[in-house]
Structures are given as C-alpha cells and as structure tokens.
Write a protein that binds this ligand. Structure first.
Ligand code: ATP
Ligand code: MG
Length: 390
C-alpha cells in the first residue's frame, strides 16, 4: 500500500494574486524541512499539496512531525492511495483505517470528488464506503453530526485517497513570503517567542545577539544558538550576528548617568541592529518587549528606544502577559533552554534604580556627551556570524 501526506493550505491567503508565490514558497519550505528523510515528490493542485515518498522506507511519523511546524498549513493528514476504482476504495478503506475504526464508537464518511467524471456521486461514495466499513466493524454506528472518526475519500485528478482525522497544522503564512526580519535575541524567554511569532506571519529571520565577554560567558552565546535552533524548526535557516558589546557597555557605565544606563544601552542596541538589518536588506527589527514588564519597557522607555531607529520595529509580545508568553515558549520547546542560568549582557550591568519615565531630551543629551560612533564601527567590524539550520 502506498501512503502519502496531504496538506491543506490556508484559504484566505490563497484567494489573492499572491497564490502562486504562497504555494511555491510553501513547497520549497516543505522540501527544505524534509531534508535528510529521503526523496519525495511534492506537488500542488486544488489547494492541496501532496507529499509522496519515492521509497517505502521513509519514516512518515518524522515527516509529520516536521510538517506540523511549517507555517501556511491549516491541516494535514496521512492518506492511503489507490486507483480511482470503487472496488479498490471499498477494500482499502476499512483495512487502512482499521486501528482508528476499532477504537471508535461512531463514524461518518465524507467524499470529495474533484474529478467530476468519476461515475459515482459523492453521496453514493459515502454510502458504499460506510457500508463496507460497517460490514467489517459491526460495533460501529454512523453519526453524521458528531462522529468519533471521520473517514474521508477524495477522488482527485489521478488517484483516490483515503484518510482518517486530519491533524491541525501550524497555521500562519509560509516563511519567506513576507520578507526578512531581524530579531534582537537574548537568552531570555521572550525574544525566541517573538521570533517564532513573526516567522508565523511569513518573515524569514536574521538574528542579532549582543555579547559582553568576559562579563558574559561563551555558554551564554551557546544558549542563544540552541534557542535559535529551536526557532529554526519553524523559521528555517537563520543567520546570527554576534556583536562584541563589552567596550560600549563599559563606556556607558563609566560616562553616562547610572539611571539612564539601560535606556542608552537599548538605544545603542537598536542603532547597531538597524545597521546590520539594513546591510542585510532586512525590512524590520523584532524585539521581545512587553509593555510594563520591566523598567525599560514602560511606554516612556519604549518611546526613547524607538527614537534610536527609523526602521519599523515589531514587538509581537507587547500586549501579552508573561504567562501567555511562557505557554508559547513551552510549545516551541525553548522554555527549558531559556531558564538555563547564564548571565545576559543586560543583567550584568543593570542599574539599581533605572528610570521608568526617561525623558527623550535628557537621554539624548547624556548619550551625545560620548562619541559612540568609533565604538559602533569597531563592533560592526568584528561581528561574528553563525549559520543556524533546523
Ligand atoms: P528576553 O526574555 O527576550 O530576554 P526580557 O524580558 O529579559 O526579554 P530585556 O532584557 O529588557 O527584556 O530585553 C528586551 C528585548 O531586547 C529582548 O526581548 C530582546 O529582543 C532584546 N535584547 C535584550 N538583550 C539582548 C541581547 N543580549 N542581544 C540581543 N537582543 C537583546
Ligand atoms: Mg532579557
């Protein structure tokens, strides 16, 4: 028996002119994510992508696991393939779904007949398939409103497909259809979640990480790589830039008012990140900021941070509670890495009494007393890049 995976696309996006781009990108993302699992035929017709393994020894459970993390997919399911012949359908359906049918009490059959030349109409396909199933599994009853199991028979262009319950896909829009965004990534809980959320809206990702050796250890940077690896299961390939930030932080500490340390540091992070973003043709910065979470994330502090860049800044967590953010971080499997106890450059230098209501005019005045430009250029000259793959 030949088994494939059928993938249903997000329909709203499919209606526009960008339908082709959407489908092509999704096919490409599927192909990339299945790398290492064997060779596949990936085709798209009638809002369905079919993934057909070219050999029998492919691990379809692992294929499904990877498919479940690809954005742009509403549902997906494994399906058995046979000829468009009623006899074959009737013998295959009870056999292929025997385990699920044994465990169900009620079921119904749905038919989708995109080949309008097929001799039987949908209600006939349902009736005959239902009867064949009942004959083999007499404990079942039909329930068309709320069945334990829905058996679907699809008669498409070339073949017929039989499947049980579909699994929910990752939703969202295919990564890459929205352009490139630059995530400012720390080792914390929030920024990996912010990265995931923007990838879900179709962005490919770059990452910028600020490291301050010897105040921060190489293990802190390694932690960020591990976090990005988890994010890349959803977002695909990510290029990470590590910025040497020690000298800049030491200079802020020695030459700027202590209570403005954090806000000036955050402005410089934005400034450096936007230069990297522009060099890499990225269209937006992304941060894990959430309104009111800490002193640097009050409405006033965010206003001061924002002024340091003329790029659009996405803050997808801005209106979320920590609990909601943690829930997503558990789902994407970054939480346990995030809570590993390595110091981030932000925490190393945190002042005792940061301003929660910084005034832009004074912040800019304090910042302009120091010539940061040579230090910024030096940091940009010494970027380290790391390629991250799922
Ligand atoms: P996170 O959990 O993402 O660390 P946080 O709640 O600890 O966030 P802050 O430390 O104030 O908040 O950082 C706010 C945002 O600034 C982070 O979400 C991230 O986008 C960015 N950021 C903080 N530290 C770094 C860093 N070392 N390198 C790159 N970006 C950083
Ligand atoms: Mg942090």
């Amino acid at each position: 028996m030949k088994e494939i995976i059928l993938v249903k696309l997000g329909e709203i996006v499919l209606k526009g002119l960008n339908r082709r781009t959407f489908e092509d990108m999704l096919k490409k993302n599927i192909k990339n994510s299945l790398r290492g699992l064997g060779s596949f035929e990936i085709t798209c017709a009638q809002s369905t992508i079919s993934i057909s393994p070219n050999s029998d020894d492919v691990d379809l459970d692992e294929v499904c696991e990877r498919i479940s993390k690809i954005f742009g997919i509403v549902t997906f399911s494994r399906a058995a393939v046979c000829e468009k012949d009623m006899e074959q359908i009737l013998s295959l359906a009870p056999d292929y779904l025997s385990e699920q049918l044994e465990n169900a009490k009620t079921f119904k059959v749905e038919a989708k007949r995109s080949d309008k030349k097929f001799p039987l109409k949908s209600p006939d396909i349902c009736r005959e398939t239902g009867a064949a199933i009942l004959e083999k599994f007499p404990h079942l009853t039909v329930d068309v409103h709320n069945p334990d199991l829905t058996v679907t028979v699809e008669v498409r262009d070339f073949k017929a497909y039989i499947r049980g319950e579909a699994q929910r896909g990752a939703g969202g829009i295919p990564v890459g259809t929205g352009g490139l965004g630059t995530i400012l990534i720390s080792g914390g809980i929030d920024s990996p979640v912010a990265a995931y959320m923007m990838a879900k809206r179709g962005l490919r990702l770059n990452a910028v990480h600020f490291a301050s050796p010897p105040y921060t250890s190489p293990r802190a940077e390694q932690k960020v790589v591990k976090l990005l690896q988890k994010v890349s299961m959803y977002a695909g390939h990510i290029k990470m830039f590590t910025v040497p930030f020690t000298k800049i932080q030491e200079t802020i500490q020695s030459q700027c008012p202590e209570e403005l340390f954090t806000i000036i540091m955050r402005r410089l992070m934005m400034d450096i990140s936007q230069r990297i973003a522009k060099q890499t043709e990225s269209g937006a910065l992304i941060t894990g900021e959430s309104l009111g979470q800490v002193a640097s994330q009050t409405i006033y502090a965010l206003g001061c941070t924002d002024e340091a860049t003329d790029m659009v800044v996405f803050r997808p967590l801005i209106g979320m509670d920590k609990e909601e953010i943690i829930k997503i971080s558990r789902k994407i499997d970054t939480f346990d890495i995030s809570i590993e106890p390595y110091e981030d450059c932000c925490t190393v230098f945190t002042p005792k009494h940061p301003r929660t209501r910084p005034v832009l005019k004074y912040v800019k005045e304090a910042q302009s007393k120091v010539d940061f430009e040579p230090m910024i250029l030096e940091a940009l000259d010494n970027l380290k890049t790391t390629e991250i793959y799922p």
